[in-house]
Design a protein around this ligand. Structure first.
Ligand code: ADP
Ligand code: MG
Length: 784
């Protein structure tokens, strides 16, 4: 069991600080990945002992955020592109070594190294830690490179492996010519020179990898290959050894070439990053570098141009192709007040956009970071294989030694024969195909997802998503559009209706809950002047508490009203309430925040069910999800009506966020593997706890991007079955790959031991299967 410690500086709300803290601890204690969670109230620190494989520092931050607690400082993370890795397929140990070494650096909280993807992801708290990480990586013989500049390198530099393989072939042919066909009498040993050169061009990369791991006391596949080649030379079979190294370097280069196609997913996103924007400044338009655009600046976007910033349309009308972010290429119409995203393509209209985020914080930038980070996370299957790489290599060496001893001393075969077989065995028993089988598939799947607006935040989540048997939906914003309409206002106080709405909307101004937004929108369409609340506190899953113009108000559900000691002065609820609820409307209660919370009035809102939701539910069933559930903090009547409409099996209504967590926890305890689907507005704790947490409509909401395991960028629910299908297909392809790789290895090894096969054939079989496995993984890129 791995355990890491983490200190998160937090700022508890003044009021209810203790309850909030208790809630946070409750939620964290429910999580399997949390071993110890404590809060030091005097220092304002959340102290955690946790398993980094089960819980991410990001998730902790998301949970903290969602419970209305502010973070003192955020964990930072960074994905570094790794250079100086060759033949990733052969390098299981380097991931383990890198991770171990980097973990040891103080201030580093999480490291995930994936040499197959050429990336290392680091979570850290102080900037110095990152510098140390980079230094350590260089010391270990790798380079920290910049992906963007790498993509711009000329073809031969990017594919330097192919060049080396070509040179190796050249000198191999020269060597064979000089040895067998046209010996030069004046220099009969010339062929050895050619072969030595071929050994150098074909073997230097492998030798470097072998040495690197050897220094950490680990044997890898490169080592086996180099050893075989040297063995071949030792028995005078230079040509065989050089052929071996040629095939080895060629297939390595071809694998690289194929793997690049998956890695390119990020480069193509990176290429979408705008570099300049046209800013409107005092009647003038000026081109400025994108970094110089500040939130609040107004940016001009002309027809056919790329949208350069995240922001809100303040003038004009257009439609935008948001495929870069959401994977949905049907243009979305955008008018006044609509949100647009950097990197998307403006169509026919010209618009002015008020920038809301700096370039480095744009949704596109986040997506790029996420995909890069996802690629750095090795999937559990890959971890397992990596862990066995070393003992396996030792096992192979022992077996080969045994074969040698038995062959020479027991069976009394000629030494050369036995030695040749032993070397062939070394080669065919190398688990290259097995090592690359998983990353090739996972990286392709992650890339395919990203293209369709589905971000898997790592191979783990892809593998987990394939095993889901229950899908729990949050209601508001997920099954419904999350844009409720205000339908009724009933005031029980002497206030006028508009005055009442103005107070309530002002109280809700700081809340990001869809209901709050609906109330604010309704007030704005009535041209009511909202005021800033003097005090504001969000009560997740219940409502808000705010002071507006000296009035202390509670706005929220029945629980919030009745939760006050002696809610509504002990009076029964007015009959209007039941009538509204019977119509399936969500009733919002507004009361005085005093001891006998007096009901001032109620508002009724209703939210439309997403048109595609029923179909998504059906599709989920058809791909084998057994149980479909709805979790909501809303009233049972509303919940039941919607569940009935969609064909959902089971409803849990009137839940608090902790209640949602509890439901998820109960499923986990029963051995069910639930996915939780939410919009990321106060369902982060449940998302974090579920086997797979899926956030939808994430373009624009940061918490969802942080806490979820899988992110659907658009709010198109049909991406959910797609995501599950993609993960199931990946699992199938990984299984095929592993079966094929293992089968081929066993077959070749048995053939070598029994009938004996020529070494080059062994190499072709071995490398061929590696390439086939990579290509099979690439099929995932084309999942529809
Ligand atoms: P859901 O589970 O449907 O997504 P939430 O857990 O976010 O809903 O909220 C549950 C209930 O709490 C809502 O139905 C609403 O009655 C009330 N509520 C939550 N936040 C607010 C708010 N900002 N203003 C008014 N009511 C709220
Ligand atoms: Mg919700």
């Amino acid at each position: 069991m791995v355990e890491r410690e983490l200190d998160v500086p937090i700022v508890l709300p003044e009021e209810d600080g203790v309850e909030c803290a208790q809630l946070l601890l409750d939620v964290l204690h429910q999580h399997n990945g949390v071993h110890v969670a404590q809060i030091d109230f005097s220092g304002g620190v959340l102290h955690l002992h946790y398993d980094p494989n089960l819980l991410e520092p990001d998730e902790v931050e998301g949970i903290v955020d969602d419970l209305g607690i502010r973070l003192g400082a955020r964990m930072r993370h960074c994905t570094l592109a790794l250079g100086g890795v060759s033949g990733a397929s052969r390098c299981g140990n380097c991931a383990l070594n890198l991770e171990r070494e980097l973990y040891a650096i103080p201030g580093v909280h999480k490291v995930s190294a994936n040499p197959a993807a050429r990336v290392v992801g680091v979570h850290y708290q102080e900037a110095e830690a990152l510098a140390s990480v980079e230094r350590r990586i260089t010391e270990m013989g790798y380079e920290v490179t910049d992906r963007r500049t790498e993509a711009q390198l000329p073809f031969w530099k990017r594919n330097i492996g192919l060049v080396w393989a070509g040179l190796t072939l050249l000198f191999l042919i020269l060597g064979i010519l000089a040895e067998r066909l046209v010996p030069i009498p004046a220099f009969p040993q010339l062929y050895v020179v050619f072969f030595v050169v071929a050994y150098l061009t074909g073997g230097h990369d492998g030798a470097r990898e072998a040495l690197r791991d050897l220094r950490h006391g680990a044997l890898n596949v490169d080592f086996l290959m180099i050893a075989s080649a040297i063995g071949a030379a030792a028995i005078g079979e230079w040509a065989e050894g050089a052929t071996l190294l040629f095939l080895f370097s060629l297939s390595g280069a071809l694998e690289e070439f194929a793997m690049d196609r998956t890695r390119n997913a990020i480069e193509s996103l990176t290429a979408l990053r705008p570099t300049e924007a046209t800013v409107r400044l005092g009647g003038q338009e000026r081109r400025v570098p994108i970094e110089a655009v500040r939130p609040g600046d107004v940016v001009v976007v002309r027809p056919g141009e790329q949208v350069t910033v995240d922001g809100v349309v303040v003038r004009g009308q257009t439609s935008v192709d948001q495929a870069a972010i959401t994977g949905e290429s049907i243009p979305v119409s955008k008018g006044l007040g609509d949100e647009v995203f950097a990197g998307t393509m403006n169509q026919e209209g010209a618009v002015d956009v008020r920038c809301s985020k700096e370039a480095k914080d744009s949704t596109l930038a986040k997506v790029i970071d996420l995909v890069a980070e996802a690629q750095s996370e090795r999937a559990p299957t890959q971890r397992l294989i990596d862990r066995f790489a070393h003992p396996y290599a030792v096992g192979v060496l022992v077996t080969v030694t045994l074969v040698l001893l038995v062959g020479v001393f027991l069976l009394e075969r000629p030494f050369m024969d036995v030695f040749y077989r032993a070397i062939t065995l070394l080669v065919v028993a190398s688990p290259c195909a097995l090592v690359i089988s998983t990353p090739a598939s996972i990286l392709s799947a992650i890339a395919a997802g990203a293209r369709n607006g589905v971000l898997f935040k790592g191979g783990v989540h892809l593998e987990n998503a394939a095993t889901i048997d229950t899908v729990a939906f949050d209601k508001t914003g997920t099954l419904t559009t999350g844009r409720p309409e205000l339908l009724d206002i009933v005031v029980f106080d002497s206030l006028s209706e508009t005055e009442f709405l103005r107070l309530v909307a002002s109280a809700e101004r700081r809340s990001e809950h869809p209901i709050a937004r609906a109330l604010v929108r309704a007030a704005q369409t009535r041209d009511l002047a909202l005021v800033e609340p003097e005090h504001f506190q969000s009560m997740p899953g219940q409502g808000v508490r705010a002071t507006v113009e000296g009035r202390r108000l509670l706005v929220g559900n029945e629980r919030l009203l009745l939760g006050q000691s002696d809610g509504n002065g002990g009076r029964p609820l007015p009959p209007e309430v039941a009538a509204l609820q019977a119509e399936g409307k969500t009733v919002i209660f507004v009361s005085d925040d005093h001891h006998s919370a007096r009901l001032l009035g109620v508002l009724a809102v209703a939210d439309m069910v997403r048109p595609i939701a029923a179909q998504a539910v059906r599709e989920l069933r058809s791909i084998g999800v057994k149980n479909i559930v709805m979790l909501t903090g809303d009233h049972r009547l509303v919940a039941d009506r919607i569940a009935g409409e969609l064909g959902i099996d089971q409803v849990h209504a009137d839940l608090l966020p902790v209640g949602k967590v509890q439901v998820v926890k109960d499923y986990l305890d029963q051995g069910v593997r639930p996915a939780m689907v939410g919009d990321g507005v106060n369902d982060a704790p449940a998302l974090a706890l579920a086997t797979v947490g899926i956030a939808m409509g994430a373009a624009g909401t940061d918490v969802a991007l942080e806490t979820a395991d899988v992110v659907l960028m658009s709010d198109d629910l049909s991406k959910l079955p797609f995501a599950l299908r993609l993960s199931r297909r990946s699992r199938r392809i990984i299984a095929q790959n592993m079966a094929f790789a293992l089968g081929m290895m066993v077959f070749l090894a048995l053939a070598t031991l029994s009938v004996g096969i020529p070494l080059p054939l062994g190499v072709v079989g071995h490398e061929g299967s590696t390439l086939i496995v990579v290509l099979n993984g690439l099929r995932l890129l084309r999942t529809k």
